[in-house]
Design a protein around this ligand. Sequence first.
Ligand code: H2U
Ligand code: ZN
Length: 345
Amino acid sequence: MLDLRSHPHRRYNPLAGEWLLVSPHRTQRPWQGQVEKVPAETRPAYDPKCYLCPGNERAGGRRNPQYEKTFVFTNDFSALLADTPDSGASPHELLRAEGVRGICRVICFSPRHDLTMAEMDVGDLEAVVRTWVEEFESLMGRPFLRYVQIFENRGEMMGCSNPHPHCQIWASSAVPDEVAREERMQTEYWRGHGRTLLGDYLELELRLGERIVCANEHFAALVPWWAVWPFETMVVSRRAVTGIDELTGEERAGLADILKRITTRYDNLFEISFPYSFGFHQRTAGERNPAWHLHAHFYPPLLRSATVRKFLVGYEMLAMPQRDITAETAAARLREQSEVHYRKR
Ligand code: H2U
Ligand code: ZN
C-alpha cells in the first residue's frame, strides 16, 4: 500500500491540470547550501526616503498625497501600456509576437511604512479589500482589458523593491497563461458536474480537516493537496463567486479577517516578516463564466527557517515541480501557530 507520509509519489493539481512529485522520505537530508541573511526587522512608521509614504515624492517627480487609508496610483514604470498597437508582428510561424495593451497600478495598503497585512487592523484591511474591489470593477469596465491580476510581492527575497505595504495590479488585453489554464480546468469541471471545482474541493477539505489551516464563516485557508511551495496556501471563498466584486459586505470582512490570520501565522512560523508572492485568481472579462471560483494563492519560498529557502531549479525546471515535506505536515505546522503576532506578544 502506498503511504503518502513516506513513499515518493506524485499528486495531481486539478486546477492547473499538472502533476507534482512528493518525496516525503527526503526531509531528513542534511543542508549545506546557501544561507540567506535574515532581513532587518525594525522600520520607522514614516520613512522620508520611501517613495510610497504619504507626502513623499516618487521617481519621476509626482508627489503622494497625505493619504489616510489606501492610496492607488498608475505605476510610474508600468510593464504594460494602454496605447500599444495590439496587432501581431510575426515574421514566421515559429517567431510569433502580438502587442499587449494594459494598465498597471500600485496600491498602498496603509500610510504606515512599518506595517504588513499581518500587523494591520482588520478594519484597515477591509479598506484594502474595498480598494481591490473598486480597482477590479473599474479595470474590468475598460473594454480593451481581459484580465485584472492583483498581486503582492512581499519581502526582498521575492523581489519586492520596497517594504512599505503595497500590492500591484497588472490588467492586460491578453489573458495570462496561468489564468487561462485554471479557467479551462474549472470550465471542464463545471460542465461535468454543474458545480465549481473549488466549491467541491473546499467541501472535501473541510470534511477531512487535514489540510485546513484556519477558516471563518466566509473563507477558508488551506494547504492544497497539490501544493508545490513548502508552505503554499490557498484562500477560497465558501460561496462560489466568480470575482471579488460579487462578495457581500460580510464576505469582504471575512476576506480581510482570513488574510490577517493566515499572514500572522506565516510571520509566527519563523518569527520574521514572512516573504511570499500572493494574488487573486478570478473571472476573465466577457460573458460571466459561472465555473470561476474566486481564490487567492500564497507562494512563500521559505522551507525550514528564516534562512533556508526552496528554489524551483534543476529537476523542477527540466521535468516537474517537486516537494519534500508533505502538504499535511505543512498544514499542521501552520495550524500550530498562534494568531497573535509575535511582535505583539
Ligand atoms: P514591487 O516592490 O512589488 O516591485 O512594486 C513596486 C512598484 O512600484 C514597481 O512596479 C513602482 C515600480 O515600478 N514604482 C512607481 O510606480 N513609482 C516610484 O516612484 C517607484 C516604484
Ligand atoms: Zn513608506
